[in-house]
Design a binder for this molecule. Structure first.
Ligand SMILES: NC(=O)c1ccc[n+]([C@@H]2O[C@H](COP(=O)([O-])OP(=O)(O)OC[C@H]3O[C@@H](n4cnc5c(N)ncnc54)[C@H](O)[C@@H]3O)[C@@H](O)[C@H]2O)c1
Ligand SMILES: O=C(O)C(=O)C[C@@H](O)[C@H](O)[C@H](O)COP(=O)(O)O
Ligand SMILES: [Zn+2]
Length: 361
């Protein structure tokens, strides 16, 4: 087992990465302050992993709540089901919530924990590759609004993150690829060597080779932990973790939540960011081809929906959280492995990027 630390002073917490960790009471006990525990999961994950997870919490006689499965249910309305259950069962402000699932369950459980009685503890037990390399770490929690992704939320750090890589055995191939998009992101924003490693090892990751997978998860979590420790609430460097997300969130919202997976939209968004960086004169055509080849190898889409015009992109991107005084900021690439946040791009070049990356009908 590997243990990493997210260094945030009194809010610091460990990330445990290994096998057979779901029922491991030794890991979770130090992260629980009170006596009441509620596991939040969904209807797909419960039959697979709820019983095993409950074993880690037997000392607390844990309750559980099972939500419907899907990005379209990451809403305030469904969030209320968690609050209803907590209140019916008289959970107090020393309770601990446990997120057992992918990024949707993690974001919703974390937000419920941030709000319930003005804030209770929570633990992340991520079960998708995407959640294991990204969403379970860093304390961004929230729900979607029909007009934009993650628009209602809070920063609220978990007490620990438990990554049991065995859970990936039941994940389908499309979801695995979605997780690979966020892994590729860490290479593109700040780690050129990791890009080269991914180019060499993508076949092993797709084949679920345990050693390669563990290395990719560890490298990603290390990178995210360092960025979050440097800038917990995204006033600077943390915004680089948004590479591909301004385009990607527009695609997710525009297509209707759940049609494009988050990782798929981010993958296409990263290629669009690379393409605009080339049009700005920062990347070469060869660099952009490397990004596209890596996404192709990871079996990710690289073209936005054909009905998403430049105007539609601009309308959806106008609510991005990096907008300042009405100005869209994008994460672009100065070189492969070096990202910047900038408002310094030509609208005409952005239009060219959008038009070059729309699927043909
Ligand atoms: N908070 C953050 O920093 C952050 C970072 C990245 C993404 N996100 C958010 O995370 C969400 C995407 O997360 P995701 O990709 O994990 O999607 P998800 O949570 O919808 O999970 C994907 C699918 O896999 C199923 N599943 C989960 N674990 C499984 C397993 N072990 N075996 C079989 N099926 C399993 C789920 O039930 C679901 O159907 C988006 O809402 C995105 O905005 C948040
Ligand atoms: O942790 C972060 O910071 C990220 O930006 C990680 C992203 O992968 C994630 O999708 C995040 O939820 C996007 O944040 P948002 O603030 O643009 O909603
Ligand atoms: Zn993301």
């Amino acid at each position: 087992m590997i243990t990493l630390n997210v260094d945030l002073g009194e809010r610091s917490y460990p990330i445990f990465i290994g096998q057979q960790l779901l029922g491991d009471a030794e890991r979770v006990s130090p992260c629980i302050a009170g006596t009441q525990v509620m596991i939040v999961t969904n209807e797909t994950i419960a039959p697979l992993y709820l019983d095993r997870t409950l074993q880690a919490f037997t000392d607390y006689d844990p309750a559980h709540v099972i939500l419907p499965d899907g990005e379209q249910y990451k809403t305030l309305e469904i969030l209320n089901r968690i609050f209803d259950e907590l209140l019916v069962q008289h959970f107090d402000r020393h309770s601990t919530l446990v997120a057992l699932g992918g990024g949707v369950i993690g974001d919703m459980t974390g937000f419920a924990a941030a709000c319930y009685q003005r804030g209770v503890d929570f633990i992340q037990i991520p079960t998708t590759l995407l959640a294991q390399v990204d969403s379970s770490v860093g304390g961004k929690t929230g729900v979607n609004h029909p007009q934009g992704k993650n628009m209602i939320g809070a920063f609220h750090q978990p007490r620990c993150v438990i990554v049991d890589t065995d859970t990936l055995k039941t994940l389908d191939d499309r979801q695995l690829s979605a997780g690979l998009a966020e892994i590729i992101k860490y290479g593109l924003i700040r780690d050129h060597d990791f890009i080269a490693w991914l180019e060499q090892n993508m076949d092993r990751l797709l084949a679920r080779d345990p050693e390669a997978t563990a290395y990719a998860i560890e490298t990603s979590c290390r990178s995210k932990a360092a960025i979050v420790a440097a800038d917990e609430k995204e006033s600077g460097v943390r915004a680089l973790l948004n590479l591909g997300h301004t385009f990607g969130h527009a695609i997710e919202t525009g297509a209707g939540y759940g049609h494009w997976l988050h990782g798929e939209a981010v993958g296409t968004g990263m290629l669009m960011a690379a393409d605009l960086s080339m049009r700005q004169g920062w990347l070469s055509e060869q660099d952009v081809l490397r990004v596209e080849n890596l996404l192709d190898k990871a079996e990710l889409p690289t073209r936005a929906p054909h009905n998403m015009s430049y105007e539609r992109f601009m309308e959806l991107m106008a609510v991005d959280k990096k907008v300042r005084a009405g100005q869209v900021n994008l994460v672009l690439l100065k070189s492969l492995g070096e990202a910047v946040v900038t408002a310094d791009f030509e609208p005409a070049l952005l239009r060219e990027t959008v038009e070059a990356h729309r699927a043909t009908e």
